[in-house]
Design a protein around this ligand. Structure first.
Ligand code: URA
Length: 230
């Protein structure tokens, strides 16, 4: 059993390690969760990290999931996509974006001359919320440090948030998707663009054209960052 002082010390150390300074201290004591996942700076390998966290039980989704959905793709990718949370197919297979939305994402990648193996794909949440509901605050608080550690290990040059939920969650924003598209954000030191979620494109094909504009921009920025000619 940790003493209260030890819990506060652990909280401060983790906060600094995960987010860097300045330190954010919640005003409300209830906001201090002593169950935050500890993400050690000593882990330097993505597989090792996966092994460490794949049995996570830090939020109730741990007991309802079939599989923990860590992420997939090239561990040295320069381009990383961040979706919202696993859906039914992903929960069953343990791999992100393998359902209908995933097939569309594969097609879009192909259209910008990339394959799934070239990029890294992960979600804000690693476990499926029941009935695919939106992630809640507690789940995000528990899971986002895992995403940050993945980004730290992969070191992508460009992040792409897929969909409004992923973008507003990561950016702590209430903006609409329209307001966020076309802008370059800084997500903990990494450039980030926002575009439509592939599932939204399946529901509303009218968005395919603006999404294609976004993906051309993603291709252009990615090539610039890799020093490739367009
Ligand atoms: N939607 C997401 O946001 N992520 C997945 O992995 C699948 C569907």
């Amino acid at each position: 059993m940790q003493s209260d002082t030890q819990k506060i010390k652990t909280f401060i150390e983790e906060e600094l390690e995960i987010f860097g300074g300045p330190l954010y201290m919640p005003e409300n004591e209830d906001e201090i969760s002593t169950e935050r996942p500890f993400v050690s700076s000593e882990i330097t390998d993505l597989n090792e990290f996966r092994e460490k966290i794949m049995h996570c039980q830090n939020c109730p989704l741990g007991s309802s999931r079939t599989n923990f959905v860590f992420g997939t793709g090239n561990p040295d990718a320069d381009l990383m996509f961040v979706g919202e949370a696993p859906g039914e197919s992903e929960d069953l297979e343990g791999i992100p974006f393998v359902g209908r939305a995933g097939k569309l994402l594969d097609d879009i990648l192909k259209a910008i001359d990339l394959k799934r193996e070239d990029v890294y794909i992960a979600n804000v949440l690693k476990c499926r919320p029941p009935n695919n509901r939106d992630p809640n605050k507690e789940e995000i608080e528990q899971c986002e440090p895992y995403l940050l550690k993945q980004i730290e290990l992969i070191k992508p040059k460009l992040l792409v948030a897929l969909g409004r939920i992923s973008a507003t969650t990561l950016l702590r924003s209430k903006d609409s998707l329209t307001a966020m598209r076309g802008r370059i954000f800084d997500y903990h030191g990494t450039d980030m663009l926002v575009t439509y979620h592939p599932a939204a494109l399946l529901r509303n094909p009218n968005w395919k054209r603006p999404a294609w504009d976004d993906f051309k921009k993603i291709r252009e920025l990615y090539r610039q960052k890799k020093g490739m000619s367009s």
